[in-house]
Design a protein around this ligand. Structure first.
Ligand code: FAD
Length: 310
């Protein structure tokens, strides 16, 4: 339905040219029919809000591979949205990775976010490369670039990747990944805007040309204290003390957290983070949605970022 020769960079420019701040949203591959129905409700809701692009994560080890490729292709074919397919090297040989890229190309999906991936089961565990696969994302960027038909994004880590010995080393490898041919990056979700700004400035200082590529901040509107604490553990993100206190105060002292109050605080926090990121010149905002549209749309509404037709 939409023109899939468009790229993420084209879309960022087009949205900005229309006078709006670009945003994008991240979906997860559905596991079953019910999950797929929920995903499509979110897809259709976001379609009316005109995101610059939507991205679809890739399950560890490709467990939901066929469904992921099919659904991403259906988004390309039946909506006005521009899908970006996440691609990871976990448990895949180079020839399987080539096959996967071929499957995306066949579905007219031309934008990919290239990742190394995490060990299935324990995302913070030791990385073991497939014997005929790649060790790091920069090799996968080169591989996808060789295929010629894709615009490539990569991951970045405002707090540093959990396996990096220090932030400087992390920045060095990130810059190497950009030089390998990535056009932009999307960050890991974070809760301290200073971490994002520190990374941005470090990349510009290390290599101004690579530093000019969009570094799109990942934002997760918090809707539950319990689940954000778990998610922060899994992704190694730190929640600043003041933010944790704000959420705890909202949660209350009862045996169950006050979900409505935590949700309201979470939307407020995401709005404040976004306002500061926009003021600092972030090129777009990328929202982790968990396939729900409501929280993200409330943040966008607070920021007056929804098209007037919504
Ligand atoms: C926006 C975003 C989306 C994501 N989507 C998914 C998803 O869909 N599915 C999924 O399974 N995971 C996903 N992840 C998680 C990601 O796969 C993991 O965080 C993974 O551990 C790192 O992936 P990477 O592509 O950054 O790897 P790399 O760039 O390979 O980096 C991994 C580690 O190795 C270091 N390093 C990099 N290059 C080299 C080199 N050449 N030599 C030595 N060291 C090097 C880095 O500093 C880092 O410590 C996502 C992460 C982000 C931020």
């Amino acid at each position: 339905m939409s023109d899939q020769s468009r790229t993420v960079l084209d879309r960022l420019d087009a949205v900005r040219a229309s006078g709006r701040m670009p945003f994008s949203v991240e979906f997860m591959p559905p596991r079953d029919e019910a999950g797929e129905a929920r995903l499509w409700r979110a897809v259709r809701t976001f379609e009316r809000m005109d995101p610059a692009f939507v991205s679809m994560t890739y399950g560890a080890g490709g467990s939901t591979r066929d469904r992921t490729v099919r659904v991403t292709g259906e988004i390309a074919a039946t909506t006005t949205l521009l899908p970006v397919a996440h691609l990871t090297a976990v448990n895949h040989s180079i020839s399987e990775l080539r096959g996967l890229m071929g499957a995306y190309a066949d579905q007219d999906v031309r934008n990919v976010l290239v990742l190394r991936g995490d060990p299935p089961g324990d995302p913070l565990g030791d990385w073991v490369r497939h014997p005929e696969g790649v060790e790091h994302a920069n090799e996968l960027v080169e591989l996808v670039r060789e295929l010629g038909e894709f615009q490539v994004g990569v991951a970045s880590f405002p707090e540093g990747h959990h396996r990096s010995p220090d932030r400087d080393t992390d920045v060095r490898y990130f810059v190497q990944k950009l030089r390998a041919g990535a056009d932009y990056s999307i960050t890991q979700m974070f809760f301290d805007v200073d971490d994002y700004l520190r990374l941005r400035d470090a990349v510009v200082a290390a290599d101004p040309e690579q530093g000019a590529k969009p570094l799109i901040p990942g934002i997760m509107p918090i809707t539950s204290l319990k689940s954000v604490v778990r998610m922060a553990e899994l992704s190694n993100a730190k929640i600043p003390d003041a933010m944790r206190d704000e959420l705890r105060a909202a949660a209350g002292d009862g045996p169950e957290e006050d979900r409505a109050a935590v949700r309201a605080a979470g939307i407020d926090i995401a709005t404040r983070m976004a306002e500061r990121l926009i003021a600092e010149g972030a090129p777009a905002l990328h929202f982790c949605t968990l396939n729900f549209a409501k929280a993200t749309s409330e943040v966008l509404d607070n920021l007056s970022m929804l098209p007037t037709s919504v």
